[in-house]
Design a binder for this molecule. Structure first.
Ligand code: ARG
Length: 451
């Protein structure tokens, strides 16, 4: 059913239908009906609808909502979009009074309303999911205790850190991703209902009334902005894309950690895949796909930015394409969070002890503590490292004589500071790689999650 036959003598061409109808708005069905219920109540409150008509429409919409929620709503091939489908079904149920539902409203404010209701809820759901993944990382951080690994810069071993510190770095990144969804929700949570086609109406509508009924925090200030803007959709997609990028970085680490070369972790059978050819393989496909799918979500964000670029006000049909992109972005991030969470939860960590070369900066700082300028200390330790590397030894394998010969302020007793574990134990920077810092971070993360 179309809602606009009046001025047309011919019916729509099959090609027009195929090109313009996109059933991705079907998932907005329940939100569309909720919006219509609020609109109907507002129309009755301001006296545009009689109490009888409003009651008939509300009761019919109630039935349609039950059908929608139970999955029994019957779509018809002739439904142009979700709005038309609801009005058609309402007509079947209550007859001509259904024709009064669309009073003071346009599909332009209606589609925007539906999408805002949907994304408000989705932002909450994604926030909860991200919080759950943060908790998985915190659980692992507690589980690995004081296990020490190397931090990396340029994918070269850098300094000794607790493995928990490395895991919690992702917890903080994800917490910001969660906060971004919550912040975006502030701008999504604005009702466009009452903006109509573009300019509002000569009927005494009360946008604040319907907004309050739907639980919105605020109401549009400019009807043209309300129906013509989709920055809230692009912002939501950015939240999805940035979260996918965080997951993609974590995923890349899981791939490395699972390799024989790193050997840091093993993942559960239920969360890894085999090879059809090589019987020995246990592949981290979930991580690889999280990494790969981040590309498609970045694509969704690009589509949404490009969709808005150059569009004159107000509503243009181009905007119909926003739903496919943002739903794909949201579905993908939701599944990726869950799948990667499961994979992480199944992890067993067994990293090898890093080379004591990761304590080179410690040795330089020991000299600094004894009054040697850092630049000179760096040079001295560089010389020690070069000598040891030549004979295939790491720092803790230096002899007392070699240390004493390198600088008068050094002696064999400094050797005990040159193990990865001793390095972590000596770390004093707040927020740095130490077990004290890990404990403080776990407390702060619990506070941020409200646990
Ligand atoms: N299907 C449209 C969309 O998704 C909503 C209806 C737009 N209004 C119109 N006059 N064609 O954006």
């Amino acid at each position: 059913m179309t809602l606009w036959g009046g001025r047309f003598e011919e019916s729509p061409a099959e090609l027009l239908w195929r090109f313009t109808v996109d059933d991705s708005d079907r998932r907005l069905l329940a939100d569309d009906i909720e919006g219509s219920l609020a609109h109907t109540a507002m129309l009755a409150d301001v006296g545009i609808l009689s109490a009888d008509d409003a009651a008939a429409i509300a009761s019919g919409l109630g039935t349609v909502l039950v059908e929608a929620r139970s999955g029994e709503f019957a779509w018809s091939d002739g439904d142009e979009d979700v709005h038309s489908a609801v009005e058609r079904r309402l007509g079947e149920l209550i007859g001509s009074a259904a024709g009064k539902l669309h009073t003071g409203r346009s599909r332009n404010d209606q589609i925007c309303l539906d999408l805002r209701l949907y994304l408000c809820r989705a932002a909450d759901e994604r926030s909860v999911q991200i919080g759950d993944l943060v908790r998985v990382l915190m659980g692992l951080a507690e589980e690995v205790g004081d296990t020490v690994v190397a931090s990396y810069t340029h994918v070269q071993q850098a300094q000794a850190v607790p493995l928990a510190h490395h895991l919690l770095a992702y917890a903080w990144m994800l917490l910001r991703d969660r906060d971004r969804f919550q912040d975006a929700q502030v701008r999504i949570d604005v009702s466009p209902l009452g903006a109509g086609a573009s300019a509002g109406s000569r009927l005494p509508l009360d946008p604040a009334n319907s907004a309050a009924r739907l639980g919105f925090s605020s109401v549009f200030a400019n009807s043209m902005d309300a129906v013509g803007s989709r920055d809230f959709v692009a912002e939501y997609a950015f939240c999805c894309a940035q979260t996918m990028v965080t997951l993609s970085r974590l995923a890349e680490e899981l791939v490395l950690w699972a390799s024989d070369e790193f050997g840091w972790a093993t993942f559960g059978d239920a969360f890894t895949t085999g090879s059809s050819a090589m019987p020995q393989k246990k592949n981290p496909d979930i991580a690889e796909l999280a990494r790969g799918k981040s590309a498609t979500v970045i694509g969704d964000l690009t589509a949404l930015m490009t969709l808005q670029k150059g569009l004159p006000l107000t509503y243009n049909r181009d905007l119909q394409e926003d739903k496919r992109a943002v739903f794909h972005a949201d579905d993908t991030v939701s599944l990726a969070l869950a799948a990667l969470g499961g994979m992480m939860e199944s992890a067993v960590f067994h990293p090898p002890e890093p080379s004591s070369m990761v304590t080179a900066l410690d040795l330089a700082e020991i000299l600094v503590n004894r009054g040697v300028p850092f630049r000179e200390a760096h040079e001295v330790v560089g010389g020690v490292v070069a000598g040891l590397a030549g004979s295939g030894r790491a720092l803790s394998e230096a002899t007392a004589e070699e240390l004493a010969a390198a600088h008068p302020q050094l002696s064999g007793s400094d050797l005990e500071a040159l193990t990865p574990t001793a390095s972590v134990a000596a770390r004093v920077t707040a927020g740095g790689g130490s077990m004290e810092s890990v404990a403080a971070q776990l407390g702060a993360l619990r506070d941020a999650l409200g646990d």
